[in-house]
Design a protein around this ligand. Structure first.
Ligand code: DAH
Length: 344
């Protein structure tokens, strides 16, 4: 066997050892494999060159070369496993979670007090068999005023009270136009409430806001009388503010009802003796109501000989303010979480 080739084998083994020693990633190991055992590798070259040797020499060198190959393969795979393990250890260390570290607090949202109040009012009426009707915030002048029997010169039509969008459309100033929509769409018996946003050109102060909410109510059926109105709205006041409250009805005027009334409720805070909430009077004004005017029923094609109805409307902000002792309506729209979170 040629001395040179056996020296070469030793040199290859040494070099492979050195390179594997300094290999720090698996790619380095692969690199060594290619250098030695690859198509153009150093050991492959020796094995190829054996063809030119005498049979005896070839046998001897072949044995040595194969031993060298087995040795290198063994070392390659050992190093590969070692690096696999250390890479895994490093990855696990990087991914480790410190279970003792305090978590990030997730801030849960709460429902807005106006939403809560609308839900509370709606639930009371739904338990009495009312269903919910909805109408758009951008309304026709016809539905918001004309169909509700508002005189052509009614002051609420003024530019100084109403946000007009065009000559014939506006931001609804009340939820009452939903009465008109319901009457035009449905046949009696009708029993709906309609909560929603309203708009008026009011300058904001402690009790006014250009955007606010109302809940409207409408019942139309045979034999509906003022007694039904009083019974229903008295029951509402008791469920909303406590069984102890009593109600009284004061004559009033609304274009869309005749007769019309405002309902007052005995003060739920002082029981009627007079306090800050009822401003000393013992009574609190709570809503507007009345028997639906025949002109309104006629717009919906209702037979006014056969059917009568009553309607009511209340301000949601006002009810929420009374109930929770809030003294400034603007608090509802500032979205200060310290305020809003008090109602969850
Ligand atoms: N729409 C009235 C307002 O904004 C409230 C109202 C009063 C509604 C009497 C009614 C009602 O349905 O019958 O002041």
């Amino acid at each position: 066997m040629s001395e040179i080739q056996s020296e070469q084998l030793k040199a290859i083994l040494r070099e492979a050892d050195e390179r594997l020693e300094s290999a720090s990633v698996k790619a380095d190991v692969e690199d060594v494999r290619i250098r030695v055992l690859g198509k153009k590798g150093s050991l492959t070259a020796i094995l190829r060159s054996m063809g030119s040797l005498a049979p005896e020499e070839r046998k001897e060198l072949g044995r040595l070369a194969n031993e060298a190959r087995a040795e290198i393969e063994e070392k390659l795979s050992l190093k590969f496993e070692e690096l696999t393990r250390s890479e895994q250890t490093a990855r696990f260390a990087g991914e480790a979670i410190d279970v003792t570290e305090p978590g990030e607090r997730i801030h849960l949202g709460v429902r807005h007090p106006i939403t809560l109040t609308i839900d509370e009012i709606s639930n009371i009426f739904m338990n009495m068999g009312f269903s919910i009707a909805e109408g758009p915030e951008v309304e026709t002048v016809f539905n918001n005023f004309d169909a509700l029997n508002a005189a052509p010169n009614h002051p609420s039509r003024d530019l100084s009270d109403t946000f007009y969008i065009t000559k014939n459309t506006l931001l609804r100033t009340q939820t009452s136009p939903v009465q008109v929509r319901t009457l035009m769409k449905e046949k009696p018996p009708i029993k709906v409430i309609s909560p929603g946003r309203c708009f008026r050109t009011d300058t904001p102060d402690a009790t006014h806001s250009p955007m606010f909410h109302q809940v409207e109510g409408l019942i139309v059926d045979e034999n509906i009388t003022m007694a039904d109105l009083k019974e229903t709205l008295d029951a509402f006041a008791k469920r909303m503010f406590g069984e102890g409250v009593t109600t009284k009805f004061r004559p009033h005027f609304f274009p869309f009802t005749e007769p019309s009334a405002e309902m007052d409720m005995s003060c739920f805070k002082c029981g009627g003796t007079g306090c800050r909430v009822c401003k000393g009077s013992g009574w609190i004004e709570i809503l507007g109501c009345g028997m639906v005017h025949p002109n309104v029923l006629k717009v919906g094609g209702v037979d006014t000989e056969k059917y009568t109805g009553f309607a009511f409307g209340m301000g949601v902000e006002r009810i929420a303010m009374l109930k929770h002792g809030i003294d400034d309506i603007r608090l509802f729209y500032e979205n200060d979480m310290r305020f809003i979170e008090q109602f969850k």
